[in-house]
Design a protein around this ligand. Structure first.
Ligand code: ADP
Ligand code: MG
Length: 687
């Protein structure tokens, strides 16, 4: 190890590195690195005219300076102009700042005006400059930046890029006229050199310059989706005829009747499989809506015609459950279901790989172990991803590639059909913009006989009430999940919390039988605990979010989530979906710790008010923005930086229409536009 590497403090990054960290590489990256907000440094405000919460620049003279020792050491400076007084507070300071704020000094100060404790108004850590300097001529743009890169330094490189770059328009005059857009050069120029008189429109993004930028961004996205669709249309897949035999047998053997929604999506998928283009379908259905059986029907159609099917699930626990369920349904039909996971011994794995390669396994269920290099299929015609949003783009592609390899004798442009399943509903607006190269099927109906889950909110100091409730439920033969607090910052702490909660519960609830399930347990241990819970040898299962996905124990009727305020909405909804799977009334108790943040309050309210996954997703979108709904492929590059899906839905429609037209009639213009906005990133999207 070199001496350098042992040093504790890492080397300070250079300005170039910081700039790159912001994703700024090509000139165009700089040009569309647009301000987050604007500050008005074009005028000096009078103290008497300041309003709380406003960002302002004043010039004032120090009349008194005090170093306060309690409660914490800080520097307080009282300043005055000819209209009034204001208190400046520095919560930490250097000796040089004591000099700077010497009594009698006149300074220019810039910052947010706050309500003061001692005086009516104060500024905390304002920016300080010399009084009497010339004022800015335009508003001052404030850019998204990173630690260590100052606004002036960043502004300088951005404006330099703006100077040297050719800002020709990628849209023709006709297109601009049609959609009422200003030209690109003037749009970006106005955003980087914001005129004072436009300050309101610039701030609330109603200025025509913002409109142009949002339109351009949406257009690039729509064009790139159109290209993805067109590329897809050139790909081939084996046409798999409808089942004439096995599906009838499966239907006859089922212990329940399919819901109308299930029948509809099964038909949609069956139809897709018959096409000579690869299916790319997203099956959305709320937790408990019965997606697994739909997957089984699709699998059976493929298997009846000699194709193999692979089903990949994100966790061992979930894969194991699928394996059990699907074997129970399909083995009686003579279908060989195999299992591939990290927990197999090398010998078992070799055996399984062999069966898969020879085509003796018809359906292979597993975790990411399915995409390991050693796995080769004989003829993989259909891949199914459960909880698809949990997989990265590479993992999704890799499974599909296995299919391509297994059909190499047909050509390299052959793909297996692909069915993606997800219980995290994607709001319609989002699906429309991000997934337009994907077909979507929705199961919008729950199997009959489910009693709706009742959700209750309970402050943490009423925990003891919960204990009584649990005892009663267990006496009646029901089972309980207890989700322990989320500790995001550390896996070790999370483990510790889980173990502590378990011990406390086992003690408090004795003689009830309490089990523990957490992410650090081996797959075998997890499965063992799940088996005990499933066979009702445990009454209460203390768990981390490992139970979030797919776990299905109909006899469990109570779900308690401790510190529910720490969980996101989608997660809470998933967790709640673990109960309400049988005929008995189920409850979800969200225990929270006061005080609640505004966002946490919103989330808990949403959970209380609705059990509809789509409504929850809509609210989640409103609370959090779109970022987290999207899988790896969409995050980053495809994510909209400027346009807002809710507010700009009108623009989205225009961009879609314009994209369709350009793509067909002006491919060169379309290519130039995509190049400008996505540049090298477009390559990435081809994946
Ligand atoms: P999810 O959509 O969350 O993956 P599952 O496929 O696990 O849901 O189904 C939840 C439960 O409902 C399972 O026990 C499943 O066997 C059962 N189920 C599925 N479809 C029906 C139906 N039509 N009628 C009754 N029960 C059903
Ligand atoms: Mg499922």
């Amino acid at each position: 190890m070199s001496g350098q590497a042992q040093k504790k403090t890492p080397k300070k990054p250079t300005q170039a590195q910081l700039i790159e960290r912001l994703g700024l590489v090509a000139d165009m990256d700089f040009i569309v690195h647009l301000p987050l907000r604007y500050e008005d440094q074009t005028q000096i405000y009078e103290i008497a005219s300041l309003a709380i919460g406003e960002y302002a620049q004043i010039e004032a003279t120090v009349i008194q300076q005090t170093v306060i020792q309690r409660p914490r050491k800080q520097l307080q400076v009282l300043v005055r102009d000819h209209t009034g007084e204001l208190l400046v507070r520095l919560l930490h300071f250097y000796p040089s700042q004591i000099q700077l704020f010497a009594e009698g000094a006149t300074l220019r100060l810039r910052g947010e005006v706050r309500r003061g404790f001692h005086t009516a108004l104060e500024m905390v850590h304002p920016k300080v400059s010399q009084a009497g300097m010339p004022l800015a001529q335009t508003l001052t743009p404030i850019y998204p930046t990173t630690d260590g890169l100052s606004q002036p330094a960043l502004r300088k490189v951005i404006l330099a890029a703006l100077e040297r770059t050719d800002l020709h328009d990628t849209l023709s005059v006709e297109t601009r006229d049609q959609y009422g857009l200003i030209d690109f050069a003037s749009a970006v120029t106005q955003l980087h050199y914001p005129a004072v008189e436009h300050s309101q429109a610039l701030l609330n993004q109603t200025h025509p310059a913002w409109n142009r930028i949002k339109f351009d961004e949406l257009l690039a996205q729509q064009l790139s989706l159109a290209a993805a669709r067109a590329r897809r249309a050139l790909l081939k897949a084996p046409s798999i005829a409808a089942s004439t035999r096995l599906i009838a047998q499966l239907t006859a053997a089922l212990s329940f009747t399919l819901t109308g929604a299930q029948q509809r999506v099964i038909a949609e998928i069956a139809h897709d499989l018959q096409r000579t283009q690869p299916m790319n379908r997203l099956l959305q259905g709320d937790v408990g809506s019965g997606k697994t059986i739909v997957a089984a029907f699709a699998a059976v159609q493929a298997i009846e015609h000699g194709f193999q099917v692979a089903l990949m699930a994100p966790t061992e626990l979930l894969a194991e459950q699928h394996q059990q369920k699907l074997s129970a349904w399909l083995s009686p039909l003579g279908i060989q279901v195999d299992w591939l996971s990290g927990s197999l011994t090398p010998a078992q794995r070799r055996k399984a790989n062999e069966r898969v390669a020879l085509g003796q396994s018809h359906l292979v269920v597993g975790t990411q172990a399915l995409i390991q290099e050693s796995v080769q299929f004989h003829q993989l015609g259909l891949v199914i991803l459960d909880e698809q949003h949990r997989f990265g783009v590479e993992q999704r592609l890799e499974l599909s590639r296995k299919g391509t390899l297994s059909m190499a004798h047909l050509g390299s442009d052959w793909l297996p059909h692909q069915l993606n399943m997800s219980a995290t509903p994607i709001p319609r607006t989002l699906a429309m913009t991000f997934y337009s190269d994907l077909d979507v099927s929705v199961i919008d109906e729950l199997p009959p006989g489910r009693t709706p889950i009742q959700t209750k909110l309970l402050a943490a100091d009423r925990r003891f009430e919960m204990m009584e409730r649990i005892r009663l439920a267990v006496q009646e033969g029901q089972q309980v999940y207890w989700v322990c607090p989320l500790v995001e910052e550390s896996e070790t702490l999370q483990l510790q919390t889980a173990v502590d909660t378990y011990e406390q519960m086992a003690h408090e609830l004795a003689p009830l039988r309490v089990g523990l399930l957490h992410g650090r347990m081996s797959a075998t241990e997890k499965n063992h605990v799940m088996d005990l819970f499933r066979s009702a040898e445990l009454d209460v299962l203390v768990a981390t979010t490992v139970i979030e996905v797919g776990v299905d124990v109909p006899n469990a009727t109570i779900m308690v989530i401790e510190h529910a305020e720490r969980y996101g909405l989608a997660q809470l909804h998933q967790l709640r979906g673990r109960v309400g799977r049988g005929h008995k009334a189920s409850f979800c108790i969200l225990m929270y710790q006061n005080p609640l943040s505004a966002i946490a309050r919103e989330r808990l309210r949403a959970m209380y008010e609705t059990t509809d996954g789509f409504e929850i997703a809509r609210r989640d979108l409103a609370i959090r923005g779109p970022g987290e709904f999207l899988g790896v492929r969409q995050s980053g590059q495809m994510l909209l930086r400027f346009a807002n899906l809710e507010q700009d839905s009108g623009l989205i429609l225009q961009a879609k229409e314009c994209a369709a037209h350009l793509y067909q009639h002006h491919p060169k213009q379309a290519a130039a536009h995509v190049q400008r906005w996505l540049g090298a990133k477009e390559e990435f999207l081809r994946g």
